[in-house]
Design a protein around this ligand. Structure first.
Ligand code: PLP
Length: 334
């Protein structure tokens, strides 16, 4: 955050119109343009964006929705809000992304969608996932500004959701967005996210974004390319510094936006976390708890092993070169 966000938020406050209005519309339009989709609908969070997308796709009880187990609980919550059954899939340990081969084994007549997070900033295997011919909801909460081939991420699935939570690639404190190319889907999501002044009553939500949030979001959005560039520069410093260590490193892929820089060991990562935290380096397992643990399920050995052995180290645009060097020295010396 910098003076641009402060000026933008202040201008909205001074205007006297702070609820959802023209600035949210500007944010939506800017988003749709950059992501090359026809429609964008802003929401109060990424979870709200996913909830509304599932509802608008007509997904409910008796339906199954596939997602990786190795992801945050927001996905599980949204699927449960609509009373569908969450079905967890394994990941490819080299990319941390959902494994299309494992998804295929879990398809049934009740499968209505696959939620595909492009986890930690790396594009999932969209070719193989799209070939399954099941509706796909891309989740770009961690990969705003990523790409697949020469096209921006987000336009490959039936819809795509984003999060602008405080620690995300761009932020407005809390916030979310859905993008899609279906007018019907976009209109349904718009209708469901606000309850006031509707002629026909049905259960609706208050999932709107404010113009204050949108003003901050627009200022952040203007910095997106620079943010990603800085993330990639830091990642390359880490790659160079760690290449001779026995650490598992992320995929060195030009499409990666390095929302997280995840390193791994062959053993449990806890000892390394403890050592780094003692040296003042903030770091943690990138996924707090795999979702199959939340539901007390077993049978996900790849996810379990990845979770046990993986660590996310600091990587964000405002990290200075000296701080990057401190992280490197702490890891090399650990
Ligand atoms: C992959 C993924 N999807 C969805 C969400 C949910 O977003 P929010 O926190 O804005 O509800 C998150 C947020 O942490 C996320 O990481």
């Amino acid at each position: 955050m910098g003076p641009e966000e402060i000026t933008a938020a202040a201008a909205v406050i001074e205007s006297g119109h702070i609820a959802e209005g023209q600035v949210v519309k500007e944010f939506e339009d800017a988003f749709a343009r950059k992501m090359d989709t026809k429609y964008a609908v802003a929401t109060s969070s990424g979870t709200a964006a996913l909830h509304l997308t599932l509802l608008a796709m007509g997904i409910g009880s008796n339906h199954e929705v596939i997602m990786p187990s190795y992801v945050c609980a927001a996905l599980l919550n949204a699927v449960r809000y609509v009373e569908a059954a969450p079905i967890f899939a394994e990941i490819d340990p080299a990319t941390y992304n959902i494994d299309p081969g494992d998804v295929k084994k879990r398809l049934t007549r009740r499968t209505r969608a696959i939620i595909v997070p492009h986890l930690f900033g790396l594009t999932a295997d969209l070719d193989k996932l799209l070939a399954l011919n099941v509706p796909i909801i891309e989740d770009c909460a961690q990969s705003v500004g990523g790409n697949f081939g020469n096209k921006p991420l987000g336009a490959f699935g039936d819809a795509c959701i984003f999060s602008f939570y405080a620690t995300k690639v761009i932020t407005c404190g809390e916030g979310g967005m859905v993008i899609c190319n279906s007018k019907k889907l976009a209109n349904r999501i718009k209708d469901l996210k606000a309850y006031d002044q509707k002629d026909r009553y049905e259960t609706r939500f208050n999932y709107k974004m404010t113009d204050i949030q949108a003003a901050v979001g627009l200022a952040q959005f203007a910095k997106l390319d620079a943010f990603i560039q800085r993330r990639r520069t830091i990642a390359q410093k880490y790659f160079r510094a760690f290449q001779s260590l026995s650490l598992r490193l992320p995929a060195d892929d030009p499409a990666h936006i390095y929302y997280r820089f995840v390193v791994g060991l062959n053993t449990d990562i806890q000892l390394l976390i403890t050592k780094l935290v003692q040296k003042g380096i903030g770091c943690a397992r990138p996924i707090y708890l795999p979702l199959h643990h939340c539901l007390k399920l077993t049978g996900y050995p790849i996810t379990d092993n990845t979770w046990r052995t993986s660590l996310s180290i600091p990587i964000y645009p405002s990290l200075s070169d000296q701080e990057v060097q401190r992280v490197i020295e702490a890891i090399v010396g650990a």
